[in-house]
Design a protein around this ligand. Structure first.
Ligand SMILES: Cc1ncc(COP(=O)(O)O)c(C=O)c1O
Length: 377
């Protein structure tokens, strides 16, 4: 039974809507009336609860955004300006822009047409002696093929960085996203499955890197030594100001109390689309679950045979928002410009469409959306 608040009917069916539980207000009020409003004990508690719920042996580092987490992951993987990094062409620009901070060479890999995740055969083709790392994204919440990616990384001595900004709660072969790569990042930006307003989490397989990660998060300073009054007063590596605040962590702690129900409901909504979308003119991207994975869906994406704009217009006229959300990243000049070796991306770029899926919508909303699509456009 869905206990999430109803939408105001005048909103129509929006593509996104933040989910912030009522307890977040008390958490933030409590933070604001105490000593620590920047990075303090609630950040530590949020990391600990996140590790207990999702990470097993992997370590968690809470940061100001998913983009901060990606930058730290690339630095901890020792990516330098001399390296090539193989990345998905289809993702949020945030996946790839931190590589520009470092000056590494971005090598785009094509998509798998069934999931829009990175194509493993294309990754394999693009590995060279200069490749340092592979970056993958669990698009929409559907996990990548981590066995294949880890196998390639082991074979070629590469680091695997998983951008799980969409996939908190999803599982690959029974393992939560966050535990399938050397480094994984999550985003808690406003409309993500778990939000802290803005925020992110870096998860790290090698526990010996956590102290370095903490220093890089805070100007290169060993913050606990400094606060303990025994800091030797030197900085030997360039750090950043990437910490999460206790205000954000309080919102995150409130969100974690409800996360299991949110994960279950997002999967149920995906299943309902699978059952109700019967038009032969559309195909769903990914599945709600298979023998290999379980999807906590952040996005629901369909591929239409043609006239995407006409379908968007029809949906909009009936109060339903839809959109593209992400675009192929090689369209952006700063990322190197259009590539000619990405045939699956070429094939789908004018045909994918993202439909509403979030805790504020009901199964009946999905029936309305699917009815409109099944009627044709
Ligand atoms: C795939 C992906 N990676 C990274 C990010 C960046 O996260 P943030 O906005 O928290 O920096 C986002 C979204 O915002 C995203 O969709």
């Amino acid at each position: 039974m869905n206990e999430f608040p109803l939408l105001d009917p005048s909103d129509g069916i929006p593509l996104f809507y933040p989910y912030v539980p009522a307890e977040a207000i008390a958490e933030v009020t409590d933070t604001l009336s105490g000593r620590w409003i920047g990075q303090g004990p609630k950040v530590d508690l949020f990391e600990k609860q996140f590790e207990d719920m999702f990470l097993g042996q992997h370590k968690a580092l809470a940061v100001g955004s998913g983009t901060d987490a990606l930058h730290l992951a690339y630095l901890l993987a020792n990516v330098t300006a001399d390296d090539e990094v193989i990345v998905p062409v289809f993702t949020c620009t945030a996946t790839n822009i931190p590589l520009l901070y470092i000056g590494a060479k971005i090598v785009f890999a094509d998509i798998d047409p069934d999931t829009m995740n990175i194509s493993i055969p294309d990754v394999e083709r693009k590995i060279t002696p200069k490749t340092k790392a592979i970056v993958c994204v669990d698009y929409g919440g559907v996990p990548c093929d981590y066995d294949a990616l880890n196998h390639l990384c082991k074979k070629h001595g590469l680091k695997l960085i998983s951008d799980a900004a969409h996939s908190i709660g999803s599982k690959y072969k029974g393992q939560f996203s966050g535990t399938c790569a050397d480094f994984t990042i999550f985003s808690f930006q406003a409309i993500k499955t778990l939000t802290t307003g803005d925020g992110g989490m870096l998860t790290i397989r090698d526990p010996s890197l956590i102290e370095k990660a903490k220093r890089l998060r805070w100007f290169g300073i060993d913050r606990s030594a400094k606060q303990g009054g025994i800091w030797e007063n030197d900085i030997i590596e360039v750090g950043y100001k990437y910490q999460m605040t206790d205000i954000a962590a309080g919102i995150g702690l409130a969100g974690l109390k409800h996360i299991r129900e949110v994960i279950r409901y997002r999967n149920e909504l995906f299943q309902h689309y699978e059952a109700k979308l019967t038009s032969s003119r559309v195909k769903l991207i990914g599945q709600s679950s298979t023998s290999d994975y379980f999807t906590c869906a952040w996005l629901l994406t369909i591929i239409v045979d043609q006239d995407r704009v006409a379908l968007m217009k029809k949906l909009r006229e009936n109060g339903v928002e839809s959109g593209q959300v992400h675009y192929r990243n090689d369209r952006y000049s700063i990322l190197g410009g259009r590539c000619k070796d990405l045939p699956h991306m070429d094939e789908l770029e004018d045909r994918y469409l993202v439909l509403p899926l979030h805790p504020r919508i009901r199964l009946s909303d999905i029936e309305k959306i699917c009815g409109l699509i099944n009627e044709g456009w």
